[in-house]
Structure formats: structure tokens, C-alpha cells
Design a protein around this ligand. Structure first.
Ligand code: CA
Length: 410
């Protein structure tokens, strides 16, 4: 497919992508757009030009300030909308070219939370990450707990503090326990990122129903990059016996464009082999993992961007279909807009670790940045940026980035 928007083929937002998001700009209230090259297409303008007329959609649909209602229409509608946009963008005589209101440069727009997230769950599905942490905190010879290879471990997170890329994060405060003496209160000394991907639920289920693993992708609308900010010292003291709490709930950042599973279909790859064999409700057909290259960088205040990790979503031991099948196997219902994060995505070698805890070996092995400063965790003034993209046969589908700057504790 050729696209009449110049330069778009070499960006994350090529015609093969068409991700959906919520934007605003001068003269534009919040509304739905798609990303193409370095531009945003206003879908309300596209609808008024008539390209979706066959679908009988109300023009007001495109003025929604989240994607929830659009996603609720189902994949028959959302996939068709994406297909029509691709057809028009590859047609040199498209009616879209007659409007000077259709496209807004990304540089002139502000992005917002793409969905209202009702519930958020965080998994722990990278075997490399779980092994690294198990070695550090428990037993170097027996790093994985007995349940890990039998089910995708997860916990219920906090939806209210999920924020869109570009939102500043204040260093959280909390209770920590020095090696000697009583617990103390103050700003975390071990603020970390976690490199994750999140998927957004695209279809409701009823209480009591379970999603079969081979149907799970019908319930997944698309994906975003997910930075699960973590305060390691708070986490370490509080997590026994019920798991993560305030060390996680202060903030998570997501990228603003939701890349559909349709767009990712060409980048499917097999998952790592699961040993021992999993229970039947977790056994799936086909390739359900995706080759998505990931990158994390740290930019100190006034300094340069330093890439500190390169990983890949394809390393995930448990795939999204298994996560969703497991999540609902007890009859727990899910809703459109629910966010399910993968867990930190680490690769095998130290250049592919998905958290500072692993990169700097829990403080033992400081990382040196190009300005000569060192990091064991994230400093005030640092900006953490994550990027994700897939390339195959010269076609690029990417997520753009999620960034967040760390401000001093309030
Ligand atoms: Ca996490």
C-alpha cells in the first residue's frame, strides 16, 4: 500500500498501523483521531466527508473523549473503520484530500488518555524477569516459585493512577524499613521503571463467564506501551503477604496511541516452549506472541537521551490469550477499557533487562550515563522514555513512545 501522506512509511505510524487515540488542539475539543506519519487525522472531519457512510455511525461518536464507546461497537465495526481509512489513504483521488481541516500536525496537538480504564491487572509473565528477581530476593538456585510455570501470576492494580505519556510523576513517599532499626517515612530512595506492554479489553463478559483461550483475541482491542513505575524500597517492606500495594499504585504511564491487534497480525511469532505442559484451559493454537522491539532510555535534566535497555515482547513466557483465559477462568467479568499489563519484559542478557533493579543489580552495579553521572535507580529530573515498534518486510508498525519526568516528592 502506498500512502499519499509523505514520509509516513518510515514512521511508527505507517499506513499498515492506523492506531486510535484521543487528541485535542487549538479549535478542537477532545475527540478521536488516528496517527499517520507525523499527523493526526480527525475522524469527525473524515466522517463528515462521508467515508464511513456505509456504516451508519453517528458523527457524535467521533467526539467522544475516550475510545470506550467506539471499541464497544465490536471488531466488525472497528476493523472496518480501520480498513476504510487505509483504503482512502492509499487512494490518490480520495475525498479526504479535499479538506484542509482533516490533518493536524502532532506537534500542535495534545494527547489524552485513550480509554477510561475501569480495572487494571498487572501480570508477571517474563521468565527472565521473574528469574532475575527470584535470584536477587530469594534463592539463586531456585529462583522461580512453584506456581510460576503453571499459571500466569498477576495482581489487581490501581486504575485511577494510570496516566498518559507526558504526565510528570512526583516521587512517591511511603514507609520503608532500613536494614537495621525501625521503619521510617519519606520519599522513596529506589524509584524504578518497569518496561511492559498493556492490552486493552475490547469486549465485555458477564459475571460467571470464562473466555476460552482460543477465543481470547476477540476480547483484545489493542495494545499500548506501559511503564509500571515502582518504588522498590516501599514495595520490599509492604508486599508480604498480599503483594504489591503503595509501591506500585502511585502511577503507571501509557503511550497514547492504541495499536490494534489487526495491525500487529503480521508480526506474530511462536512463544517460548512451556515446560511442563500447562493445564488444558491454558493450551492454545497458533502463534499468539508478537515480535515487538522495545527500548528504554533515561534523559537527565538538560542532558542527552541514554538508551539503557533493548528488549522484545516476544520473550514473554505467557501470552495475552493465556493471561485473559486465566483471568476469567473463575468467572471474573471483564469490561471494555480494562487494562492488562504484561509484567516487566526482560531478555536473557543484561542489555535487555526491563527495570533498573535488574540493570544495576539492586544497586550493586551502577550504570554510567554519557554525562558521567551514575544511576542505580531514577533521580529527580530524569525523564524515562520507552519506545516499541515492529518491522517486517519493510513494513513498520510502532507505538511511538511513553515518557514521564520524575519531579521531587510533593
Ligand atoms: Ca509490573
Amino acid at each position: 500500500m502506498n500512502c499519499w501522506i509523505e514520509g509516513s512509511a518510515d514512521t511508527d505510524f505507517s499506513i499498515y498501523n492506523i492506531p486510535f487515540g484521543i487528541f485535542s488542539a487549538e479549535g478542537y475539543s477532545k475527540r478521536i483521531g488516528i496517527a499517520i506519519g507525523d499527523q493526526i487525522m480527525d475522524l469527525k472531519v473524515a466522517a463528515i466527508l462521508g467515508i464511513f457512510d456505509e456504516m451508519n455511525l453517528s458523527v457524535t461518536l467521533w467526539e467522544e473523549d475516550t475510545l470506550n464507546k467506539f471499541i464497544s461497537l465490536g471488531k466488525k465495526v472497528t476493523s472496518r473503520v480501520r480498513w476504510i481509512i487505509q483504503k482512502e489513504l492509499s487512494d490518490d483521488n480520495s475525498i479526504l484530500r479535499t479538506s484542509d481541516q482533516l490533518l493536524i500536525p502532532m506537534a500542535d496537538a495534545q494527547m489524552h488518555m485513550p480509554v477510561h480504564v475501569g480495572d487494571y491487572t498487572d501480570f508477571y509473565s517474563s521468565i527472565e524477569h521473574a528469574t532475575n528477581l527470584g535470584k536477587m530476593f530469594r534463592d539463586p538456585d531456585n529462583a522461580l516459585l512453584p506456581n510460576w510455570r503453571h499459571l500466569p501470576v498477576g495482581y489487581h492494580g490501581r486504575a485511577s493512577s494510570i496516566v498518559v505519556s507526558g504526565t510528570d510523576i512526583h516521587r512517591p513517599k511511603g514507609q520503608t524499613k532500613p536494614p537495621e532499626g525501625n521503619p521510617v517515612f519519606g520519599p522513596t530512595k529506589r524509584l524504578d521503571f518497569e518496561l511492559e506492554m498493556g492490552f486493552i479489553v475490547g469486549k465485555n463478559t458477564n459475571l460467571g463467564d470464562s473466555i476460552p483461550v482460543n477465543d481470547a483475541e476477540d476480547y483484545i482491542f489493542g495494545m499500548v506501551i506501559f511503564n509500571d513505575w515502582s518504588a522498590r524500597d516501599i514495595q520490599k517492606w509492604e508486599y508480604v503477604p498480599l503483594g504489591p500495594f503503595l509501591g506500585k499504585s502511585f502511577a503507571s504511564s501509557i503511550s497514547p496511541w492504541v495499536v490494534t491487534l489487526d495491525a500487529l497480525d503480521s508480526y506474530r511469532v511462536p512463544s517460548p516452549k512451556q515446560e511442563p505442559t500447562v493445564l488444558p484451559y491454558l493450551q492454545y493454537n497458533g502463534d499468539r506472541n508478537f515480535d515487538i522491539a522495545l527500548e528504554v532510555s533515561i534523559t537527565p535534566e538538560g542532558g542527552n537521551e541514554n538508551v539503557v535497555s533493548r528488549s522484545n515482547f516476544k520473550y514473554m513466557y505467557w501470552n495475552m490469550s493465556q493471561q485473559l483465559a486465566h483471568h476469567t477462568v473463575n468467572g471474573c467479568n471483564v469490561n471494555v477499557g480494562d487494562m492488562m499489563a504484561s509484567g516487566t519484559i526482560s531478555g536473557k542478557d543484561e542489555n535487555s533487562y526491563g527495570s533498573m533493579l535488574e540493570i544495576a543489580s539492586a544497586g550493586k552495579n551502577p550504570l554510567t550515563l554519557d554525562d558521567g553521572s551514575t544511576r542505580v535507580f531514577i533521580n529527580d529530573g530524569d525523564t524515562v522514555t520507552m519506545r516499541a515498534s515492529s518491522i517486517k518486510d519493510g513494513h513498520r508498525v510502532g507505538f511511538g513512545e511513553v515518557t514521564g519526568k520524575v519531579l521531587p516528592a510533593k
